[in-house]
Design a protein around this ligand. Sequence first.
Ligand code: AMP
Ligand code: GLY
Length: 423
Amino acid sequence: MHILLLGSGGREHAFVWKLRQSPLCEKLFVAPGNAGTALLAENVDINPNDAAAVAAFVKANNIQLVISGPEEPLVRGLADQLKADPELQDLLFFGPGAMGAQLEGSKDFSKRFMARHGIPTAAYQTFSLDSLADGLAYLDAHSLPIVLKADGLAAGKGVVICTNREEAKAEFRAMIEELKFGEASAKVVVEQFLAGIELSVFAITDGKDYLLLPEAKDYKRIGEGDSGLNTGGMGAISPVPFADAAFMQKIDERIVKPTIAGLATEGIPYTGVVFFGLIRVGDEPFVIEYNARMGDPETEVVFPRLKSDLLEHIIAACESRLAGQQVETDARTACTVMLVSGGYPGDYAKGKAISGLDKVSETLVFHAGTKAEAGQVLTNGGRVLALTSYGSSHAEALLQSYAVAKQLHFEGMYYRRDIGFDF
Ligand code: AMP
Ligand code: GLY
C-alpha cells in the first residue's frame, strides 16, 4: 500500500516507525516530516492544511491511504474535500471529516454532545458577545477555581484556569471582546474545575466498532513537580498505574461506548482515533476533552506498546470492518522523556546542531522538531526529541531514557528529570 502521513512531530515519527513494521506498507511519504521520519520514509514538502496540494500529491503518487497526524487538517474538512473528489473515490482516509472532528474543534459542541449522551464531564455553560453580561454574572456565582476554555482550536493554549473571580472576568472579557485566541475565543466555555489525576485513552474506530489502545499519561507542565507553563507535553508513560482493569472497565462502559454509539446514532461518520482526555476524581472517570487524533507525546509510548499491526487496524477501520480486529499489547512499560529547546514554551532558538544521536542504541529516539541540513541534524522546534525506553517498571525505563539524555546535546537543551514522579 502507498501511504501519505500528514504532520511533522514526534507523534508522526512514531507513526512512521510503527507503520514501517507492517508487511502491508510498501511506500510511505510524510508531509512535511522531520529529520527522523526521513530515515524511514520519504519526506515531501507539502503543508498538511493545503488540501489542493495534498490532493495533487495523492493523485500523482497513487496514494491509497492518507493518515492525518494533527487535528487541524481534520477540523478544516480535509477528509470531506478528498472524498468529494471524483478521482479519489477509492482513497482511504484515516481521520474524521469536519463533522466528527468537531469533537475537538469545538468545546461547546463536545460539551453538548456529552450532555446528550450522559457522558460524565464537568458542569459548564457557554457564552459569547451576545451573552457577555450573563457570563459575567455566571462567573460571580461560580465556585473557584474557574476553568475558561476557548471554544475553537487554539494550538493547546486555549484553556485558562483562574483562581479568583476578578482574574476570571478579565480573562473572559479578553477572550470574547479582544479575541485573545482569535475567532477560537469568540465563544467561551466556562467549566467547573475538577481536581484529580489525568490520563489519556485512545480508541481506533470505524464509527460503529472500536479498538482500545494502551492508555498513557502525559506530563504537560514545563517544570518539575508539574509546575510552570503548559506545554505540548514533556514526557509520557504507559501503562498508567492507577488505570487498573476495574477503572478501565468504567471508562469503557461510561465513556467510550456511549461516545462511539452517540456518533453513530447522530449520524456522524467517524473513521479515525477518538482521544479521550480523562481525569479521575475519587474513583470516577470524567472527560476533560476529546481530541480527533493521537496525542503527542502519548503516541511515543502507546505505539511502542502495540504488538499488533497498526496498519492492519487502520485499513480495517477505513473499510468499516473493525469488528474482526484485536489489539495485542506489549506487557512491558514504555516511558518517554522529551528534550526541548531552551525557552520553550516561550520563545526559543532553532537551528542548533544536535550531537550524540549516533551513540544511541536501545532507546527509541523519536524526532519531534528537527531538520536535516548538510549532513547534520538541527533543532527545528520547541519539542526536539522524544526518548522512549522499555522496562519491566517505569523506573527502569526512565533510568534508561535519562542515561540517553546525558549522551545527547544541543545548545539550550532542557528536559524534566521527574517524568513518572507521581508513581
Ligand atoms: P486542554 O488544552 O483542553 O487539554 O486543557 C489543558 C489542561 O487544562 C488539561 O490537561 C487539564 O490539566 C486542565 N483542565 C482542563 N479542563 C479542566 C477542568 N475542568 N478541571 C481541571 N483541569 C482542567
Ligand atoms: N498530549 C496531549 C495532546 O496531544 O493533546
